[in-house]
Design a protein around this ligand. Structure first.
Ligand SMILES: *Cc1c(COP(=O)(O)O)cnc(C)c1O
Length: 383
């Protein structure tokens, strides 16, 4: 039995359902953020992130900073690009528009390479764009949470290294790290960002970033200082390095309770091979996508190779809008999200299937959610 109060199951693409142990670990007495036990816990958490991102290169640098996933964009835009630099943003949905907007805020020129809704830019288009201009960095959204489109990181990274070797490869993995394979070292990723509340299954409030040795070197070679105070790696890098060496350090106060939760979530996540975790997400995703298709429903991400494994975007039957079905689903005990892609937001639902909802064999979230969806569709159609 869960120690949590009864509640409808949260099946949106983040925040996701919490494991009891993750939640309970936040109920920890207050500690000093520079005490030996807390510094040690923070240091272990940073070291576990290296495993989560699949990096063994000692030059890779993890960061955990209070904030949400969005703070990862600020870290990239302020630390890895300089005003006047050009960056290439691969667009697979809403989150690329926002990342581009973030770059512009720092005076960085963002060029977006867009695909049709539900698709992703093709390799020959990326190659053409890279040959037209010199880009400081390229960003790829691993899973775009507005469309459920999965990007193919390995192939794009290889292409970038071949065509424009100096361009840094940045992955927005906010909705993918912890449920999709991301091989930071093997694929040559330079910076990957995520947040605590999506596939990692921890409460919201932490921006989690991994930077490669190459990215850190590029940061050190900047001609201008980062135009940010709180998100500056100049301020955070010594703190992260000290914590990992179990030495107290201070720039701004971290949230000990959230670090406890993240430590617990990562300990659970890394207690089995990552490949198993990715496979379980894939199997559940296949099951959901098949059931959706059997109900006669279509997905935004229409090509199987483009489909994320941690979520599914579902077109509603013609004329039905999210506010007309979400309350019925809620009464049946599940919460889905409405659309987010601005051009078609009123036409689709988003169903998140990440973390304990698929990993915990004691839970039946997928079966209940699919049953609720089928019943709700039948009910709203009749009325
Ligand atoms: C959720 C999300 C973000 C933003 O994260 P917040 O924690 O809401 O700030 C960025 N990128 C992607 C792909 C996301 O799914």
């Amino acid at each position: 039995m869960s120690s949590q109060a009864p509640h409808p199951t949260l099946l949106i693409p983040g925040p996701i359902e919490f494991d009891d142990a993750v939640l309970n670990s936040m109920s920890h007495y207050s500690e000093s953020h520079v005490s030996a036990p807390f510094v040690s816990l923070f240091g272990e958490t940073l070291t576990m992130l290296r495993k989560l991102f699949q990096t063994e290169d000692p030059a890779s640098q993890p960061f955990i900073i209070s904030g949400s996933g969005t703070l990862g964009w600020d870290q990239v835009a302020a630390n890895l690009a300089e005003p006047g630099d050009d960056v290439l943003v691969l667009h697979t949905g809403y989150f690329a528009d926002s990342f581009a907007d973030c770059f512009e805020t720092y005076g960085v020129r963002a060029t977006q390479l867009k695909a049709a809704i539900g698709d992703r830019p093709q390799q020959d288009e990326v190659e053409k764009a890279l040959k037209e201009k010199k880009y400081k960095l390229i960003t790829i959204t691993h899973t775009d949470t507005s469309t459920g489109v999965l990007s193919e990181i390995e192939g794009v990274a290889k292409l970038v290294r071949r065509v424009s070797p100096e361009t840094l490869i940045v992955v927005d993995g906010v909705c993918s790290i912890g449920c999709e394979d991301l091989q930071f070292d093997n694929w040559g990723v330079d910076c990957a960002i995520t947040a605590s509340q999506k596939a990692i299954g921890c409460p919201a409030g932490l921006s989690i970033v991994m930077a490669s040795g190459r990215a850190i070197q590029s940061f050190k070679n900047r001609k201008t200082p980062p135009a940010t105070y709180f998100a500056s790696w100049k301020n955070w890098m010594p703190v992260m390095q000290n914590y990992e060496a179990k030495k107290p350090s201070y720039f701004a106060t971290p949230s000990p309770q959230l670090i406890h939760a993240l430590h617990t979530a990562l300990t659970q996540l890394l207690s089995r091979p990552l490949s198993e975790r990715f496979q379980i997400h894939k199997d559940n995703s296949q099951k959901v996508k098949k059931a959706i298709t059997d109900m006669g429903l279509k997905q935004l991400a229409s090509k199987p190779e483009n489909q994320a494994n941690g979520m599914t975007t579902i077109y509603l039957p013609e004329g039905l809008t999210p506010p007309e079905i979400l309350p019925t689903l809620m009464k049946k005990g599940v919460i889905f999200a409405g659309g987010l892609h601005k051009e078609i937001a009123a036409k689709y639902l988003r169903f998140g299937h990440m973390g304990v909802s698929v990993m915990d064999p004691k839970r039946d979230d997928m079966d209940r959610a699919l049953k609720a969806l089928k019943e709700a569709l039948a009910e709203v159609k009749k009325s």
